[in-house]
Design a protein around this ligand. Sequence first.
Ligand code: DGT
Ligand code: CA
Ligand code: CA
Length: 571
Amino acid sequence: MKNQFVADTLYMVADLLDLKGEIFFKTRAYRMAAQTIEALDEDIENLVHQGRLKSIPGIGEALAKKITELVKTGKLGYLERLKKEVPPGLIDLLAIQGLGPRKVAALYKNRGITSIQELQQAARNGELRTLEGFGEITERNILRGIQLLQKTSGRVLLNVAYMDGMKYLIYLHKCKKIKKINIAGSLRRMKETIGDIDILASSEEPSVVMDHFTHYPDVAQILAKGRTKSSVLLNDHLQVDLRVVEEKSYGAALQYFTGSKDHNVILRGFAIKKGFKLNEYGLFDKTTERYIAGRTEKEIYKKIGMQYIEPELRENRGEFMVAKKKMLPHLVDYHEITGDFHVHSSWSDGSDSIETIASAAQRRGYVFIGITDHSQSLKIANGLDQEKIQKKINEIKKINKKFPNLRILCGTECDIRTDGTLDYTDKILKQFDFVYIGIHTAFKMDRETMTKRIIKGMDNEQVNFLAHPTGRLIGKRDPYDVNIEQIIDAAKETDTLLEINAFPDRLDLDDIHTKLAKEQGIRFVLGTDSHSINHLDFMKFGVATARRGWLEKKDILNTSSMKEIEKIVGM
Ligand code: DGT
Ligand code: CA
Ligand code: CA
């Protein structure tokens, strides 16, 4: 039966007509017909073939024609035409729970919002509450709706799981019967998206721990409750698994449940070669079954004859070979970051003033903060012209005096135009302390043209950093078609540092490309791409990506002294 398909298509037509601002009667006709067809207990194909469509109340000549076309061809020309008339992103917005076409139209008309990302940003910045028919609650619902949508794809962004996991840990710490507790699974490995959260605890009274676990206030549903293993669904639909083991198995279980699966399979193979057996309970002698190790992960790796491998490296991407030679990198640490190079202020599309950003940076103990507003042609992002740049530079000079322990750097995120020229003249670029370049328009180019475009941008003497090198938005936009090897080569030739953008839906470069670039001798900068001071916290996800890309302190400019930074960017 094609009834549901026909109904859905008609609903879609109605939504699009609403988006276009069509009169109510017209859209209502489509909705009513859709509803009727949905509820019909007869197959719509029969009605079409027997020419009986018009016997259904509410279906006249015009609708009957469209339904016939739809049933016979599987397509509706009228819908395809409508789709071309509205910005494509608006259709995606309709998928957000609680956001009807009228609201989407209002968001588009009054705030120019055409994508989920823009909507999320605006809601987070509190920019929607003043719209007619919206309020703070609407903003919150929108954010929740977006989260839900991301969940339907089965995985959530790292930051969402991270927040959930940390809050749960704080709650679990209140249980006196828990001795040790850790996040495991992909969240411990800080993967860019997370399927479910795994937690491991040790206790002599697991049943008390299970009771405490399942009574967490944010639990929507208990999926399973056993003696040593339980699973729950949180209100935001994320699943959390808890395992409780004995002390002497804690390290083995942590190793096992941290994964990745690929890493574990190889490690078990190495254990067997050494005459052991490795499982979630411990490391045992293969023949006598005697317990050899299991309290800590470190002793397990050691007994198997290799260096301890950090969770972020456990992806079977060459870590074993290096660990056996005891040559693993000393991964950059979270507290080694001295500042953030990529922050938007209210001078362009950020929501906070430079002074507010500086205070937030100081609270984090940073020694520098880079303010990078958009360049002139990015009108939607309120890009800065020459006059505003001068004013901004003067303001930064003044604010710098108020923060003796923090250096506020005036940077820019200059757009790379379609032909590879930059959005500012060299004369203007010279005024900045440092220059980021990035692609913000015309994402769909063929590989060769896009690669040339970016390389031409990097060729400019004034350029220091390449922002979000592949332009991907996790779950929303694919990376642009670009030859990353050539970009890496060009970065080396032109002394351009590549960014690891720490914004959770970017994480761009990703872990794999980061490792590849490091092997070619590239240096990196971390930037949160903050549009509000709340985003400064995203730095940890940039660091996580750097660690997953095998980076050490020396590979990242944000760990250096001000002097070194000045030297590198040529201030
Ligand atoms: P996720 O949840 O999809 O983001 O990814 P993970 O890595 O957290 O996977 P999950 O939750 O299915 O399992 C957690 C860990 O437990 C996984 O990383 C390794 C371990 N594990 C699960 N199933 C198996 C298995 O069949 N064999 C082995 N060796 N390990 C497993
Ligand atoms: Ca998991
Ligand atoms: Ca799991």
